[in-house]
Design a protein around this ligand. Structure first.
Ligand SMILES: Cc1ncc(COP(=O)(O)O)c(C=O)c1O
Length: 408
C-alpha cells in the first residue's frame, strides 16, 4: 500500500509559510542574534558547515604550515572533503567504545607536529567530551576545531556549545534543527584566529547571487514540503528507490562530490534566521523532553543502548542514536522499519575509512578505527520530530521489542 505519511529522519524546525515574509523584512541583525544566543564574540557566515570547516582548516593550515588534520573515525564524509579542499590529509582517530567521543589514548598515539587541528564532533546533537583535548593539542601547538554541525543550541553546563574549542562550526542545512536550507557559521575564541578566519574567508570566497537566489527559491519549496505529506516527494521516494537497488550510501545521502559549492552567505535568508532563532530555545527544549522520555522507554523495554548526554551537558536531540548487540539485529530492525515512513534510518553507513571514494583523502596508515566501524555496523536512528506521535512511537517500540527483547 502506498504510504500517505513520511516522517523526516531528523527533527528540523518546520518553517511556517507565513514566516517566509521575514525574508523581506529585517527584525534585527542575524549575527547579533547568534552572538547573543551563543554568548560568543563573533560569527562568520558561510554557505555551509562544510565551507566553514574548509575555511577553518585553511586558516589553521596558514597559521601552522602543517599538513594533516585529525578527524573522528565516524563522521560526515563532508568533513573529509572540507579537509581535502584545504589541502590537508586526514588522519583518523578512533572513538571510545559505544561513544562519539575521541579515544584520547589513540589521539595521543597519532598526533604529531604535522597536525594542524583535531576535530571533536557533537554527533546526534550530543556535546562531545572536550576536556583534555586542548592539553593534548597544546603539546604540538595544534588547534581544536569543534564540529557542532548537528548541535546548534546544545549546552555544556550553563553555556551553549560554541565557546569551548578554538573554533566551533555549526550548520543550517536542510533537516538541521534550525534550517535555512544551507548555510553555516564559525565562531572563534581567540582574537587573532577571528581576524585570520575573516581574511581567509575574504581571500577565498566570493558571492554567488545565482546560487543564493536558487537556494532562496528552494527554501520556499522546502517550507511548503517539509511536512509528513510533502516529505514523501523530497525525501521518501528517493530513499526507497536507492534502497531497492541496495545503494545504502545514496539512501542516506552519504555520497558527495569532492567539489562542493562554496560561496559567501549573505542573502535575505539572514533575515529569516533572525526570526527563527527566537523560537529555537523552546523548540530545542521540547525536543529534549520528548527524547529523554523515549530513551527511558527504549532502555526499559528493549536491550538496545541509546547514546546519551554525558554529565553536565544537554543535547538538542535531532534524533535518537541506537546501538544493537550485533549487526544482524540492526539489519533485521531496518528491514522492517527503514521504508515504513516512520523516520527510522541510519546516520552514516560506514566509518569514514569504509567509504571507497574517500580513501585517497585519508592517510593510508591511519585507517583502522574498530570502534568507529562497530558504531556504523550496529547503529540506527529514530527521528525526534514532533510529528512522531506517541501512538506511532509505540509501533516502532513494538518492533524493537520483538528483535531486541530485554533479557529475562
Ligand atoms: C557532523 C557533521 N559535520 C559537518 C556537516 C556538514 O554540514 P553542511 O551540510 O552544512 O555542509 C554535517 C552535515 O550533516 C555533519 O553532520
Amino acid at each position: 500500500m502506498a504510504l500517505l505519511r513520511e516522517l523526516p529522519p531528523t527533527a528540523g524546525m518546520p518553517i511556517e509559510p507565513l514566516e517566509l515574509f521575514n525574508l523581506f523584512f529585517s527584525s534585527g541583525d542575524f549575527s547579533d542574534s547568534i552572538i547573543d544566543f551563543l554568548k560568543v564574540d563573533n560569527v562568520e557566515f558561510f554557505s555551509s558547515a562544510t565551507t566553514a570547516l574548509w575555511i577553518s582548516f585553511e586558516t589553521v593550515k596558514r597559521m601552522t604550515g602543517r599538513t594533516h588534520v585529525i578527524l573522528p573515525g565516524y563522521s560526515c564524509p563532508l568533513v573529509v572533503i572540507a579537509a581535502h579542499a584545504a589541502g590537508l590529509k586526514v588522519r583518523l582517530c578512533d572513538l571510545r567504545p559505544n561513544s562519539f567521543d575521541l579515544d584520547q589514548e589513540h589521539l595521543k598515539e597519532i598526533i604529531d607536529e604535522n597536525v594542524a587541528a583535531i576535530v571533536p564532533t557533537d554527533m546526534a546533537g550530543l556535546p562531545s567530551q572536550i576536556d583534555g583535548l586542548a592539553e593534548i593539542a597544546c603539546v604540538y601547538d595544534s588547534y581544536v576545531i569543534e564540529d557542532a554541525a548537528q548541535a546548534f543550541g546544545a549546552m555544556r553546563g550553563a553555556k551553549r556549545v560554541g565557546r569551548d574549542a578554538d573554533i566551533t562550526v555549526f550548520s543550517f542545512a536542510a533537516g538541521k534543527g534550525m534550517s535555512l536550507l544551507d548555510g553555516g557559521i564559525a565562531t572563534a575564541t581567540n582574537r587573532e584566529l577571528r581576524r585570520l578566519l575573516r581574511t581567509t574567508s575574504a581571500d577565498l570566497l566570493k558571492s554567488n547571487f545565482g546560487l543564493a537566489f536558487l537556494r532562496s527559491l528552494q527554501l520556499l519549496g522546502y517550507s511548503f514540503l517539509y511536512n509528513p505529506i510533502g516529505l514523501k516527494w523530497i525525501y521518501g521516494n528517493d530513499l526507497r528507490k536507492s534502497l531497492s537497488t541496495g545503494d545504502l550510501v545514496h539512501a542516506v545521502g552519504d555520497y558527495f562530490e569532492l567539489e562542493q559549492p562554496h560561496y559567501k552567505f549573505a542573502d535575505w535568508r539572514l533575515n529569516l534566521g533572525t526570526h527563527l532563532i527566537k523560537r529555537l530555545p523552546q523548540f530545542v527544549s521540547e525536543n529534549r523532553r520528548r527524547a529523554r522520555k523515549r530513551v527511558q522507554q527504549i532502555e526499559k523495554q528493549t536491550n538496545l543502548m541509546v547514546l546519551q548526554e554525558s554529565a553536565e551537558t544537554q543535547g538538542n536531540w535531532p534524533f535518537l542514536f541506537l546501538l544493537c548487540d550485533s549487526q544482524k539485529t540492526r539489519n533485521k530492525i531496518m528491514s522492517d522499519l527503514w521504508t515504513a515512513g516512520l523516520g527510522v534510518s541510519r546516520l552514516f553507513i560506514h566509518e569514514l575509512a569504509g567509504y571507497e571514494y574517500l580513501k585517497p583523502l585519508i592517510e593510508s596508515s591511519a585507517q583502522s578505527t574498530p570502534n568507529a566501524r562497530s558504531l556504523a555496523e550496529r547503529s540506527f536512528t529514530i527521528t525526534n520530530t514532533e510529528w512522531l506521535d506517541d501512538e506511532t512511537f509505540k509501533r516502532i517500540l513494538e518492533v524493537l521489542k520483538s528483535y531486541a527483547p530485554v533479557a529475562v
